[in-house]
Design a protein around this ligand. Structure first.
Ligand code: DP6
Length: 321
C-alpha cells in the first residue's frame, strides 16, 4: 500500500540546540514551536517485497550516500517495530529550499515517519509517532502534533516527545520567511548540536531555559505578542551566540541576514511590531500579527538581498493525504 503524507516544517521560538543523548536525540532543553502552513514536505512510501534495497527520490532526483543511509536507518527502525523485512520506495518533495534553515529535516522526517508507519500497517498514537520522528531528526517530533507545540525534553526516549499546546486556529500570527540564501549549509545541524557544549556560553544558555520556556508559554496563553516576540528574538540571538562561540565556530548568518534584521528593528521603531528568529541557516523568520503582514511583506521583498518571502501561519501537523 502506498501512503502519502504532508508534513509541515516548524519554526522554533525556543530552540533545540545541544543534546543530552546524541543517539536517542534527547535534547538538552524543552522547545516551543509553530508548524508552518507554507513550508512542507510531501512524502509517499511504498514497501515492496521485490525491492533489493530502499530507494529515495528527493525532489525528483534519486539520492544515495549519507542522506539515503539516514533515511534507510529510520526505515529499519519502523521495520523492526512492524517485524517486516520489505524495502521501500520513498518519494519526497519539499516546497521550499532544503538545508537553509527552514527545517527540511523536521518536515522530512515527520512525513517519512507517518507515511512509513502507515504503509507498514502500524497504527501508532500521536505520541509514539512523535517519539519515532524524534529519532530521525529531533525537531521532526514537533511537526507531528497540531499548531503551537511543546517538545518536553523528558528524561528517556519514551518521555521525550511533542504535544500540541494550542491548535493552528488559536492565534493568527504570521511567520514571513525572508529567504536570503538557498544553498545547503556546510555544517548540518546534527554536527552543530555535537559542538554546542564547547561554547563557554552553553551552560548559561541552559541554566535560563526552564524559566524562558515557562515565560513564553505564559505569553502564548495570554496572546501577549510583545512579550512573545521579545523572548523569541532574544532566544535566537542566544542560540547564535552559542553557535558562533563553539569550537569550531558556526556562522550560519550571511550579510543578507543582518540586512533583514536591521529592517525588522527599523519597522519596530516606526511602530510596526515584528520580531525575528533564525534557525541553523541564513534565512530570517519575521513574526508579526495579521494587521501588519502586508506592510512587512512589502518591506522585506524590497530588500536587495532577499530572494523571496514565504508566508506562513500556524498549520496542523503531519497528515495522510
Ligand atoms: C536550529 O532537528 O535538525 O533548527 O536532531 O540532529 O536532526 P537533529 O537536529 P535538527 O536541529 C534543529 C535545530 C534548530 C533549532 C530548532 O528547530 O529547534
Amino acid at each position: 500500500m502506498k501512503i502519502t503524507v504532508k508534513a509541515p516544517a516548524n519554526i522554533a521560538f525556543i530552540k533545540y540546540w545541544g543534546k543530552r543523548n546524541e543517539k536517542l536525540r534527547l535534547p538538552a532543553n524543552s522547545s516551543i514551536s509553530m508548524n508552518l502552513s507554507g513550508a512542507y514536505t510531501t512524502t509517499s512510501v511504498e514497501f515492496d517485497s521485490k525491492l533489493k534495497s530502499d530507494i529515495l527520490i528527493l525532489n525528483n532526483k534519486e539520492v544515495v550516500g549519507r542522506e539515503m543511509e539516514r533515511v534507510s536507518k529510520h526505515l529499519d527502525l519502523i521495520r523492526s517495530i512492524a517485524k517486516s523485512k520489505n524495502y521501500a520506495q520513498v518519494k519526497s518533495t519539499n516546497n521550499f529550499p532544503k538545508g537553509a534553515g527552514i527545517a527540511s529535516s523536521a518536515s522530512g522526517f515527520a512525513a517519512l515517519t507517518v507515511a512509513a508507519a502507515k504503509a507498514v500497517n502500524l497504527n501508532l498514537s500521536e505520541k509514539k509517532l512523535s517519539i519515532l520522528a524524534r529519532l530521525g531528526s529531533g525537531s521532526a517530533c514537533r511537526s507531528i502534533p497540531n499548531g503551537f507545540v511543546e517538545w518536553k525534553m523528558g528524561n528517556s526516549s519514551e518521555s521525550s516527545y511533542a504535544r500540541s499546546l494550542f491548535g493552528s486556529e488559536y492565534w493568527n500570527i504570521y511567520d514571513l520567511i525572508a529567504v536570503v540564501g538557498e544553498n545547503s549549509k556546510k555544517i548540518s545541524s546534527t554536527e552543530g548540536h555535537a559542538v554546542a557544549e564547547s561554547s563557554p556560553f552553553y551552560k548559561t544558555r541552559l541554566s535560563g531555559m526552564k524559566d524562558k520556556v515557562a515565560e513564553i508559554k505564559s505569553a502564548l496563553k495570554r496572546k501577549d505578542f510583545t512579550k512573545f516576540g521579545e523572548i523569541t528574538e532574544a532566544e535566537a540571538i542566544n542560540m547564535h551566540t552559542v553557535m558562533m562561540t563553539s569550537v569550531p565556530p558556526l556562522y550560519y548568518l550571511l550579510p543578507g541576514t543582518l540586512d533583514v534584521i536591521s529592517h525588522v528593528l527599523e519597522l519596530r521603531e516606526k511602530g510596526i511590531e515584528c520580531y525575528f528568529t533564525i534557525d541553523a541557516g541564513p534565512n530570517v523568520h519575521v513574526i508579526c500579527k495579521e494587521e501588519n503582514k502586508r506592510k512587512i511583506q512589502k518591506v522585506l521583498s524590497d530588500i536587495k538581498s532577499v530572494k523571496t518571502v514565504l508566508i506562513n501561519r500556524a498549520a496542523c501537523g503531519a497528515r495522510v493525504i
